[in-house]
Structure formats: structure tokens, C-alpha cells
Design a protein around this ligand. Structure first.
Ligand code: ZN
Length: 285
């Protein structure tokens, strides 16, 4: 199933893509949750994803054309947005760094999320903004001190994220966060793809295309710390909640390590593309 969040005029709602239509998930399930919003996060918390898949497959007459409602990030309201640094062998190599024995991570906040197709304004505080194509996993069940062998049971699925990074701010201090938190710095989507459709977590391909040119191309087979290891590690440090988004690092080809360097400019058209996860477009303004 490809879960999306869409705004049909009455606020964000959970949907599922079916061809070029969106099926309203909570309507397919027979009604909105008794308390709280009719969101993807509420669906994960309810433990009814499999029910939803069956209901969506059988539902009739509630399709909404996907071209009509505005797609939002699949999880617009996560409790946590966690970014993993230096997690592709190819990227550590181009940066001239040894693969880290322990995952490096940092946070973004909800202000960073941007919808599929959104325009993102370059931040005034930076002159060196870069792209980072990433595969993100979404937590499906609360996870605390979960071992690697049990990790997959806690993962709802995968989506695409562009970890836009202001390199001058990122490198100004030992902590990377100043360069990672600007408004719109986490375009995410288009859909949360459940594992049955996304396939194995170590065989998801991603590509970053800027103005028609491929800048990054890789598979999660190159991850230094694979998805189950990341969930196990993070769940040993804090409780992970349904809907938490963990973006797993970026491969070689970022603009800051190219010669000549490439910085984003107004008018740039970016797309993170994956045969498994879809296409996430962003326009820089
Ligand atoms: Zn990143």
C-alpha cells in the first residue's frame, strides 16, 4: 500500500494511492477515529494498517482524483525527524572519512517538512545550500530497546526525503544542526510505501536529479549501518513512536564535494527518484 496524507479542504487526511486516485483510508475503514485527527499517524497508532489495505482494496466510490487534492508529506506531524549522517560507504569515501563505527545523527523539526511538489525558499542565513537524496523509514510500532532481529516488525514502511543542508551553517560549529533546520529543509514523500511493496530495506534504489541531470545514484545496499541496525541503535537511546521518520543518510554526489562545487539556486528543479518509492519533486525559489 502507498499511504499518503492529502488536504481535501477539511484538513489533512490519510489516503492510499490506487492508480491515479486516492482512496480515503478512514472512510474505507468505516469512519474516522473516535478521538484525534484522521491521519496516517493515527492509522499506525491504531495498528489497523492491514485492515486498511484490505478495506482500500475493496472500497468503491470514494476515490478522489490524485490530481485534485494537494498531497502533503506522508507524515506531516511526526513526533521525531531523525537524520543519519555519513551512512553510505560512497559518501564517506568522497568526504575522505572512515566509515563511522557508531551512527552519527541529528534532528530536524516539523517546520522543515515540505510537501511533494513544494517550492522551498533558500534561507537568507546561508549562501551554500546543498541537496541530499535519502531513503527514510517510518516507525510503525513503538520501539524501545528493540534488537536488530525484531526491528522490521517496528517499521511501517519507507519514503523519500531530500535532506536540504546549508553547508556554511552546518560546518560553522561541531554540531551540524544549524545547517539542517531551516523552513522547508525536509521535502518528504510522495507516499509511505509499506514493506510488501517497497521490498527489502537493503535494496531500495535512489537517485537525485537536478535540472534534468543525475547528481546522485545509489542503493541502500551501500548503507554502512543498515535500516534494522539504525532502528535498534536509536531505540536503545530513546523510545521511537509510530510515525517517527528516520532518514538514513545520503550517497556520494552531493554538491559540496563536487569540483566545481554545486550550490542550489532559485529556479532549480530537484527530484528524488526511486523505482520502489516514487518521485519527490521540489522547486527551489
Ligand atoms: Zn542527510
Amino acid at each position: 500500500m502507498r499511504l499518503v496524507t492529502y488536504d481535501a479542504g477539511s484538513g489533512p487526511r490519510a489516503g492510499a494511492l490506487r492508480g491515479k486516485a486516492i482512496v480515503d483510508v478512514w472512510k474505507a475503514l468505516g469512519g474516522d477515529p473516535p478521538d484525534g485527527p484522521p491521519s496516517v499517524r493515527a492509522l499506525l497508532e491504531s495498528g489497523r494498517v492491514e485492515d486498511a489495505a484490505a478495506a482500500v482494496a475493496e472500497s468503491e466510490g470514494v476515490d478522489i482524483p490524485a490530481s485534485d487534492p494537494r498531497l502533503l508529506p506522508p507524515i506531516p506531524d511526526p513526533d521525531k525527524l531523525i537524520g543519519i549522517g555519513l551512512n553510505y560507504r560512497s559518501h564517506a569515501e568522497e568526504a575522505g572519512l572512515d566509515p563511522p563505527a557508531t551512527p552519527t545523527f541529528f534532528a530536524k523539526y516539523r517546520n522543515a517538512l515540505a510537501a511533494p511538489g513544494a517550492e522551498v525558499a533558500l534561507p537568507a542565513a546561508s549562501e551554500k545550500v546543498d541537496y541530499e537524496a535519502e531513503v527514510a523509514f517510518v516507525v510503525g510500532r513503538r520501539a524501545r530497546d528493540v534488537g536488530e532481529a525484531d526491528a522490521s516488525a517496528h517499521i511501517a514502511g519507507f519514503t523519500l526525503l531530500n535532506d536540504l543542508s546549508a553547508r556554511d551553517l552546518q560546518m560553522a560549529t561541531p554540531q551540524w544542526m544549524p545547517g539542517k533546520v531551516f523552513d522547508g529543509s525536509a521535502p518528504c514523500g510522495p507516499a509511505l510505501v509499506t514493506p510488501d511493496e517497497a521490498g527489502p530495506s537493503d535494496a531500495i534504489e535512489i537517485e537525485l536529479v537536478r535540472n534534468g541531470e543525475t547528481m546522485q545514484q545509489a542503493s541502500t545496499a551501500d548503507l554502512i549501518h543498515p535500516v534494522p541496525a539504525l532502528l535498534a541503535y536509536l531505540s536503545g537511546l530513546m523510545t521511537l513512536e509510530p510515525g517517527d521518520v528516520v532518514f538514513t543518510g545520503t550517497p556520494a554526489g552531493v554538491g559540496s564535494l563536487r569540483r566545481p562545487r554545486v550550490w542550489l539556486e532559485p529556479g532549480d528543479e530537484l527530484a528524488v527518484v526511486s523505482p520502489q518509492l516514487g518521485r519527490l519533486e521540489t522547486r527551489i525559489v
